[in-house]
Design a protein around this ligand. Structure first.
Ligand SMILES: Cc1cc2nc3c(=O)[nH]c(=O)nc-3n(C[C@H](O)[C@H](O)[C@H](O)COP(=O)(O)OP(=O)(O)OC[C@H]3O[C@@H](n4cnc5c(N)ncnc54)[C@H](O)[C@@H]3O)c2cc1C
Length: 466
């Protein structure tokens, strides 16, 4: 992943804007450019673009949309900014939070109206830290369908997407102006392509074990649930070009991955009354802080696992989610007619489980308060029969990266912008502060889609003929 001087013989082909990575960020940037009449080239290492976007639940936070208004949801840029900063303990760059919040609603409506991508408002429950219903997702709640929609829209817009094209080097001038890149093909062949501007949309470094060891040592042993091709190339190139990086210890974890099935179990179960207990039958953390930091707490339990305990009401809710249905079909669910039967089935001490459930009933009735800090009073207490799924904690994606400005321009440590380099999504420093606890649900696609849009707009202005 080197940065080299521009080859003396130049490039056989030069495009106005090259985009590394064909996930949500890269494709939104490409659609934005195509709408302004500029033909970008998207370079994607895989044969079939997926990225982490394709593995995700496709939930994009956005405020002030007509989908929200139709449901009577009151939301605003200010409210979204406040929620993001409250979770990040005020550590996110205020200008970036403001920029992605402001562009979020119009971008969702543009994707739907201009490009026919089906996105609906996700109802039913509020994610931890959300003041309003604001997740917009494909009806299936599957990132694969979001990718399907973006790829179809890209094809209809005539966007050139080169697959099996692993970008392995950049060419740049001493002042950091990117002149081109080199791709490597699966057969070992390669090509050099010139560009007027470059957008790094190749996500973070979740797939790079050495970088995880360096920046996020607490997740070295955790399984990585994101796309393996996200190897930290943006950070490596950016640093070689003189860019600043920030919040490299920030990431999205998830404390609810079925073990050993490796299937995501929706956090809706926890937000609606479910609990997590350890092998000793005890709760160990406030599940309502968020699923990201819960990953670390789950991994710290004996055997690095927890049991997600819920009842028939929540079983019905879980079955609304495709991942949950897959986990059920794969045999991840355990059942017990009462607490003793459940304890025997999952192998936790019956007395401890009975005590935990009795305490939760007391808290739900408002008779006492959970010392871990969760408010149980807004949901009915769990009632038999009970169900349980064994889960572990996982690393989903990294949130630290290249420092950018609100126009998605990559910045040097002195705050000046590199001449023609842009970054978004997991390639850029996100809005989740410095650690795992700063990740508000949806921050991943908020910045992939929002910064993809902004990078596309700024790059278009840079390369547009005068
Ligand atoms: C299981 C799971 C569920 C999630 N659910 C949600 C959710 O519901 N909502 C949410 O907001 N976030 C979610 N996230 C996070 C979200 O998926 C990511 O934040 C988001 O998809 C990042 O988008 P991106 O475009 O930056 O990267 P990606 O979608 O990962 O795209 C990057 C692309 O770059 C390519 N690439 C990398 N290096 C190179 C190279 N050198 N040359 C060429 N191509 C390269 C990769 O192959 C990849 O296709 C989830 C993550 C996971 C793992």
């Amino acid at each position: 992943m080197s940065v080299r001087p521009t080859p003396p013989d130049g490039f056989a082909t030069t495009v106005p804007v090259a985009i590394v990575g064909g996930g949500a960020c890269g494709l939104v940037a490409a659609l934005t450019l195509a709408d302004t009449g500029i033909a970008p080239l998207v370079l994607e290492r895989d044969a079939t673009p997926s990225g982490s976007t394709g593995l995700s639940s496709g939930m994009i936070p956005a405020c002030g949309t007509r989908m929200q208004r139709a449901e009577g949801v009151e939301d605003s840029v200010d409210l979204l900014v406040r929620d993001v900063q409250a979770k990040a303990k005020g550590q996110a760059d205020p200008a970036i939070v403001e920029a992605v919040a402001a562009v979020s609603g119009p971008t969702i409506e543009w994707l739907v109206d201009r490009h026919g991508i089906e996105l609906t408002l996700v109802g039913g429950f509020l994610y931890p830290g959300f003041s309003a219903l604001r997740m917009h997702a494909p009806p299936s709640r599957q990132g694969a369908d979001l990718m399907g929609g973006l790829l179809r829209a890209g094809a209809e817009a005539g966007i050139d997407l080169l697959t099996d094209a692993h970008v392995n080097a950049l060419f740049a001038d001493p002042d950091g102006r990117v002149r081109g890149l080199q791709i490597e093909r699966p057969d070992g062949g390669g090509e050099k392509i010139g560009c007027g501007a470059l957008i790094l949309a190749c996500n973070g470094f979740g797939g790079n074990a050495a970088m995880i060891r360096q920046h996020i040592p607490e997740m070295v042993e955790a399984s990585y649930f994101g796309h393996a091709g996200n190897q930290g190339d943006a950070v490596i190139w950016g640093q070689a070009l003189g860019a600043a990086i920030r919040h490299m210890g920030a990431y999205q974890g998830h404390g609810s991955v079925a073990a050993p099935h490796n299937i995501l179990i929706t956090w809706a179960l926890m937000m609606n009354g479910g609990i997590q207990i350890n092998r000793d039958g005890r709760r160990f953390a406030d599940e309502h802080r968020g699923y990201s930091e819960q990953a670390v707490d789950v991994l710290a339990q004996p055997d690095g696992i927890a049991w997600q305990v819920f009842d028939d009401r929540l079983l019905a809710l879980g079955r609304e989610f495709e991942d949950f249905r897959q986990a059920e079909a794969a045999g991840a669910l355990r059942h017990g007619d009462d607490e003793n039967a459940l304890a025997a089935t999952i192998g936790v001490p019956a007395m401890a489980l009975a005590k935990t459930l009795a305490e939760c009933r007391k808290w739900a009735a408002g008779k006492a308060y959970d010392p871990l800090g969760r408010d149980f009073s807004s949901q009915p207490a769990l009632a038999p029969p009970y169900h349980a799924i064994k889960v572990s904690g996982a690393l989903f994606h990294t949130q630290g990266g290249l420092v950018i400005d609100p126009l998605a321009r990559v910045l040097r440590p002195d705050g000046t912008a590199l001449p023609n380099l842009f970054a978004g999504g997991g390639a850029a420093c996100g809005v989740s502060g410095s650690r795992v606890w700063g990740y508000l649900s949806g921050n991943g696609l908020l910045t992939a889609v929002g910064l993809g849009r902004l990078a596309g707009q700024t790059a278009a202005a840079l390369v547009a003929p005068c």
